[in-house]
Design a binder for this molecule. Structure first.
Ligand code: HEC
Ligand code: HEC
Ligand code: HEC
Ligand code: HEC
Length: 202
């Protein structure tokens, strides 16, 4: 039989898990508060007013205008959109292609991403994005249908629809920009390649 002490400890533990399971951007690599003396977190990417109306959602950073070179290979079944970084991917590139300062939203012009987090404009050495997932899946028997589980939902929840019924794979199909619980802002942990195996039947 559990002692009161053990029970109390168990309750504390479960409370601890409940607290840590909340997604939080505070304290992560995407918490840029303090940069340029600004104490806010969201401001570096969003603003409630006077946002960039050409992109969702309420974008505040300067949007990258770079042209990107897409992934290609002889076995890849996807057809990449004319703009490989369609949808949320171009938002990520507001910082990660290295052409726009990370604090552009507050007028910064000199503070650029360097090192591993610099993805650049050449995507030939990056996991393919910018193609319709369901079409590629139909051509490749080793890819899970978009109805299977991924992270907190199913794959299709994380595909981008440009309004014409597309289901485009983007950076946000693997990453949650606001939540670093799984490390590297991933939708699900990648121990034993669990993230990869959510989609690839290997
Ligand atoms: C480093 C950039 C960045 C920061 C900082 C950031 N966001 Fe976002 N946010 C994004 C991107 C990129 C998207 C689009 C992601 C997507 O489509 O999956 C987004 C989407 C959203 C959305 C719409 C989709 C959703 O997830 O509900 C809301 C609401 C939102 N952010 C709120 C916030 C709030 C509130 C903060 C501050 C606490 C914040 N964001 C901080 C980049 C950021
Ligand atoms: C959300 C689903 C999803 C996740 C997660 C995912 N992939 Fe993919 N991946 C795809 C799809 C769809 C394709 C395109 C498949 C095709 O056309 O053959 C692809 C393509 C690839 C390719 C190129 C195949 C080719 O023929 O050129 C490789 C390699 C690959 N993925 C490896 C990985 C690895 C490694 C991971 C984990 C780090 C991963 N993938 C995570 C969906 C996913
Ligand atoms: C406002 C600028 C900004 C935007 C927009 C942005 N990031 Fe970042 N991101 C950063 C900075 C700054 C870092 C930290 C870079 C470093 O450590 O050198 C970072 C780091 C990361 C990391 C590495 C985290 C780690 O644990 O090492 C990932 C993954 C990432 N970002 C993904 C994304 C994705 C995906 C998007 C779009 C959905 C995005 N970011 C949008 C600024 C941004
Ligand atoms: C198929 C899934 C997938 C897609 C799509 C994807 N990433 Fe990642 N990304 C990962 C994984 C997994 C890691 C962690 C790699 C590691 O730990 O070695 C990662 C790591 C990163 C990092 C940290 C630096 C590094 O190399 O470890 C950044 C920054 C990043 N991704 C940004 C992006 C951006 C921006 C996009 C869209 C252009 C994107 N990712 C698309 C799976 C993906």
């Amino acid at each position: 039989m559990k002692s009161i002490g053990t029970l109390f400890f168990a309750v504390l533990l479960s409370l601890g898990f409940a607290v840590t399971s909340f997604a939080s951007i505070a304290g992560t690599a995407h918490d840029l508060s303090g940069t340029g003396g600004n104490t806010q977190i969201c401001v570096f990417c969003h603003t409630p007013h006077n946002a960039d109306a050409t992109v969702d959602p309420l974008w505040n950073a300067t949007l990258s205008t770079s042209t990107f070179t897409a992934y290609s290979s002889s076995t890849f079944d996807g057809t990449v959109n004319a703009d490989p970084v369609i949808g949320p991917s171009r938002l990520c590139m507001s910082c990660h292609d290295g052409t726009v300062a990370i604090d552009s939203a507050i007028g910064g012009t000199t503070n650029f991403i360097t090192g591993d987090a610099l993805i650049g404009t050449d995507l030939t050495n990056d996991h393919p994005i910018g193609f319709d997932y369901d079409t590629a899946q139909g051509l490749d028997a080793e890819i899970q249908p978009s109805t299977v589980a991924l992270g907190t939902g199913v794959i299709s929840d994380f595909l981008f629809d440009d309004g014409s019924g597309t289901a485009i794979m983007t950076c946000a199909t693997c990453h949650d920009v606001h939540n670093d619980t799984n490390g590297s802002f991933l939708l699900t942990g990648n121990t034993n390649s669990a993230l990869c195996l959510s989609c690839h039947i290997k």
